[in-house]
Design a protein. Structure first.
Ligand SMILES: [Zn+2]
Ligand SMILES: [Zn+2]
Length: 346
């Protein structure tokens, strides 16, 4: 039986190889801890600045504080099973104190120690809040309708689409894309946007959603660092006739099923058959299927439906469209054109 044993050259105690554990431990710093760490947050929105770049900070102060303190702790690479325990106490709105207990094992010797790190919460206004508070903008999108006023529904959808684009941009990290203001009036919607690229993307969404035409009018505002600065007014024209519209042409009523801007695709509301024709002045818009009313069917004789007028409760007789099988006790969707009542759904 042979045991390999050497002597520590420093202290003379037995060691496995070269310096013994306690003497090697004496040579190194087993851990270093930053006494102060600092971060800069936006006092308005809580964004965080790292270097010269701002980004949205989705974690809370406690979690961020812990990670800042942990980033300032360096264990020597020979430390095994390093462990950190931490308690953070708020000292003031811009100071927190972290009390840290560190432990690990080094050359077979357990180590533990208590440390403190001061967290400094710097406050500045971020790039986005600066622009928002300065009412900064680069473009205006005006949503209008061709030969009519936009409906409440079109106004609401325009606003929803714009706000959705803002959410998408912000979530995609595009911090400087925001809606500076959004106004809905009888004439339509005005959307004021912070950047040209963001404005163009909203214009693209709206144009494709509504099948609308758009034009843009850039205006030179000056120059900054050799770059020309423009403000752009976009004008979006919602089509006069849209899908779902109930129209009258040459005495017959149709529901619009589609449009390419020149030709309307429709369904005749009496024969139920498809019909296509040019969109021109002879086409009169009565309303949209969304605004249809429900009427009770009281009796039926062949292609004649007896209904109760939902507004007046007066019994009326109207023509049933081809394919309508609704019987007494059922209900149909109707639309009014003056005194005329047309069945638009069954
Ligand atoms: Zn030794
Ligand atoms: Zn901010």
């Amino acid at each position: 039986m042979s045991i390999k044993q050497t002597i520590c050259p420093r202290c003379g105690k037995p060691s496995e190889e070269g310096l013994c554990g306690p003497c090697r431990l004496h040579e190194i710093e087993w851990v270093t801890v930053e006494p102060r760490v600092k971060t800069i947050m936006c006092s308005t929105c809580g964004s965080r600045k790292v270097g010269s770049t701002w980004s949205d900070c989705p974690v809370d102060r406690e979690v961020l504080g812990r990670s800042l303190v942990i980033d300032g702790i360096r264990f020597h690479p020979d430390i095994k099973d390093p462990a950190v325990e931490m308690e953070i106490r708020e000292l003031s709105s811009n100071r927190s104190q972290a009390y840290i207990t560190l432990s690990g094992e080094c050359y077979g010797i357990p180590k533990t120690g208590k440390y403190k790190t001061l967290i400094i919460w710097g406050k500045e206004q971020c790039d986005r809040c600066c622009r928002i508070s300065g009412s900064y903008y680069e473009g205006i999108i005006q949503v209008r309708a061709d030969g009519r006023r936009p409906t409440e529904w079109e106004n609401r959808r325009s606003a929803e689409i714009a706000y959705q684009a803002e959410d998408d941009a912000q979530q995609g990290g595009d911090r400087l894309s925001f809606i500076s203001s959004l106004d809905v009036s009888k004439d339509g919607v005005d959307i004021v946007v912070s950047s040209l690229g963001f404005g163009q993307s909203i214009v693209n969404y709206l144009s494709s959603y509504f099948g609308a035409k758009s034009t843009s009018h850039p205006k030179l505002m000056g120059e900054k660092e050799g770059r020309k600065l423009y403000r752009v007014t976009w004008s979006i024209r919602l089509p006069r006739i849209v899908r779902g519209d109930i129209i009258e042409r040459a005495g017959s009523y149709c529901q619009v099923t589609g449009s390419d801007g020149t030709t309307l695709r429709t369904r005749d509301l009496i024969s139920s058959s498809p019909r296509s024709f040019r969109e021109d002045e002879t086409v009169r818009v009565i309303g949209n299927i969304r605004d249809a009313e429900q009427a009770m069917v009281t009796h039926r004789e062949g292609l004649t439906l007896g209904i109760l007028d939902p507004k007046t409760s007066i019994p009326l007789e109207i023509a049933a469209p081809k394919g309508c099988l609704t019987q007494a006790g059922g209900a149909v969707s109707i639309f009014r054109d003056g005194d005329m009542i047309i069945v638009v759904g069954y």
